[in-house]
Design a protein around this ligand. Structure first.
Ligand code: GLN
Length: 559
């Protein structure tokens, strides 16, 4: 079986590449010293460099926490929940992977300890272990290794990068590190390497960069049987040669394998910084991969050029309820970065807490060129969102509502244009006489949380003429979802007669996916999450058009 797979892989792939690669190579990225060093960005940047040399690369994230997936985690805990095409609720790092690689991830790309244990316990209950004592080693580590190699089976990847969440030394990380140690032994050292990302703190009193925390972190890693191959060192100041040599000596790596990761202006600079540091070259060398292609980063550089040289600027208010926490709306912020670059326009996104919009709405919003009402759950902040929508609707200010934002736009229209003052979503008022947004029929019997919403990619058919068609330039689209409530089609006719049009519908069940107001320059609401599909090389057309509508509005305001 194993040999068949190898033979198959050898025979039918890699024709476009300079060298045949007969097995998937593994790169593990671990973190040391502190959390939040940006392992996801380093992993995604390395993946981008390898991809730009013609390799077929994927990235996955293993999270040591015990939740089965991040779907039930509060955004305060773990930032945005990212949804894949196949409907998995995942860690936000998968968003970075997609934005950098322009390749969709899937359920297999994010694994948590909860998922690992769930699988092992289910196997135990099914009698798969034949009465054996089920233990961390080998049962949990076997399951981790199986999942680490899952993508190799299906996809013919040349390289799989696996990011291990958390920090070396955490109790929860131990089974993952043990699995890496075993996997390297299984596949051979030059088929699986470890990159350790650490911090080199700068002591301003001593005016010195300090290597000791990294030395300790590597020691901790060595205690698990893992000698890192490459050190990537986060630092606020350039790492001089003598310090690199010192780190190399104490941590038992080559000097050229000590990579400086200096703070960058934007995460999108990191691939180029890593290229300059030759991270890709050292990785290829360690993995014994002979790739003749030089990195082709033309599109990436064009994007960066535009991003860094904007000729204009717009201000967008992001009305939501987690505004002190940019990670909660990560993909939205990044989509504006992509869309801004296309428009050669700096997009200043200002978070506005919806609860602060109970009064003086005009005063608080009048300086903005466009308003985005964010996705969300529950009752908190709804009134402020609706007030913001009334203001933009009445004042012809570009509006973009995502998921809950779109649902609020429907409620607002029902209340203030149709005069149904008690209209609401049943998520907010279960007894409203006008449930214009209602719990989806197949959600009514669901009581459990976690993976039970309407999740992942669904089709949408766009009608013409419409703003939606102008934006997408096609009729059939597919977008990702994460919701329980929907536009109540009992009210569709009356809302449409009053001017609010449903211009995108699910072709299978008629679910309203897009609403717009033809009488308004840009009033657009979507039940799906376009921010999950915007990438550097494929910026999302709704964001691109929203930014250009905001620019237009700004020009008209001035005139
Ligand atoms: N709370 C709404 C629903 O479940 C909207 C969800 C969202 O914005 N992601 O339908």
């Amino acid at each position: 079986m194993e040999d068949n797979r190898r033979a198959l892989r050898k025979s039918h792939t890699f024709v476009s590449r300079s060298e045949k690669i007969d097995m998937t190579k593994y790169i593990f990225v671990t973190g040391g010293v502190t959390s939040s060093l940006g392992k996801g960005i380093i992993a995604a940047s390395l993946a981008k460099l390898l991809q730009s040399r013609g390799l077929n690369v994927s990235i996955q994230k293993f999270d040591p926490y015990i939740n089965v997936d991040p779907g039930t985690l509060n955004p305060y805990e773990h930032g945005e929940c990212y949804v894949t095409n196949d409907g998995a609720e995942t860690d936000l790092d998968l968003g970075h992977y997609e934005r950098f690689l322009s390749m969709p991830t899937s359920r297999a790309n994010n694994v948590t300890t909860g998922k690992i244990y769930q699988t092992v316990i289910e196997k135990e209950r099914a009698g798969d272990f034949l009465g054996k004592t089920v233990q961390v080693i080998p049962h949990i580590t076997d399951e981790i290794k199986r999942r680490m190699r899952l993508m190799e089976e299906d996809n013919n990847y040349d390289v799989v990068i696996t990011e291990i969440g958390g920090t070396v030394g955490d109790i929860e990380s131990l089974p993952y590190l043990e699995a890496i140690r075993q996997l390297r032994r299984d596949v051979g050292q030059d088929n699986a390497i470890v990159i350790h990302l650490t911090l080199i703190p700068y002591l301003s009193a001593a005016k010195e960069l300090k290597t000791k925390p990294t030395q300790h972190s590597v020691k901790e890693l060595l205690m698990t049987g893992i000698q890192p191959d490459i050190l990537v060192c986060r630092t606020e100041h350039p790492l001089p040669k003598d310090l690199r040599d010192k780190l190399a000596l104490f941590c038992n790596v080559e000097s050229s394998a000590v990579i400086e990761a200096i703070d960058a202006d934007t995460i999108y600079d990191v691939p180029l910084l890593m290229l300059k540091e030759k991270l890709d070259k050292i990785v290829l060398k360690k993995l014994n991969l002979k790739v003749k292609n030089d990195p082709d980063l033309t599109a990436w550089k064009t994007f960066l050029g535009k991003l860094k040289n904007p000729t204009k600027e717009v201000s967008i208010a992001l009305v939501g309820k987690y505004n002190e926490l940019p990670d909660a709306y990560k993909s939205i912020y990044e989509s504006f970065v992509h869309a801004g670059a296309v428009n050669e326009c700096k997009v200043r996104v200002v978070p506005i807490h919806s609860e602060s919009l109970m009064d003086h709405v005009e005063e608080k919003l009048k300086g903005f060129d466009g308003i985005l009402v964010a996705p969300g759950f529950g009752e908190r902040g709804i009134i402020g969102k609706i007030k913001a929508i009334t203001y933009v609707r009445e004042n012809n200010i570009p509006f973009f509502g995502i998921c809950l934002g779109m649902q609020c736009a429907v409620v607002e229209y029902a209340k203030n244009v149709l005069g149904w003052t008690e209209a609401a979503s049943t998520e907010v008022n279960a007894n409203t006489p006008y449930p214009v947004i209602n719990l989806m029929e197949d959600q009514k019997s669901i009581t459990t949380k976690g993976g039970t919403m309407r999740l992942g990619a669904y089709n949408c058919k766009i009608s013409k003429p419409s703003l939606a068609y102008k934006i997408y330039g096609k009729v059939n689209i597919e977008e990702r979802h994460r919701h329980r409530y929907e536009f109540n089609n009992d009210y569709l006719e009356q809302l449409e007669a009053a001017g609010l049009k449903a211009t995108g519908l699910n072709p299978d069940n008629g679910l309203v996916e897009i609403i717009e107001l033809p009488s308004h320059p840009f009033f657009f609401g979507v039940q799906f999450h376009p921010e999950l599909k915007s990438t550097v090389e494929n910026p999302h057309p709704i964001f691109v058009n929203f930014v250009s509508a905001a620019l237009q509005h700004k020009l008209e305001k001035k005139a």
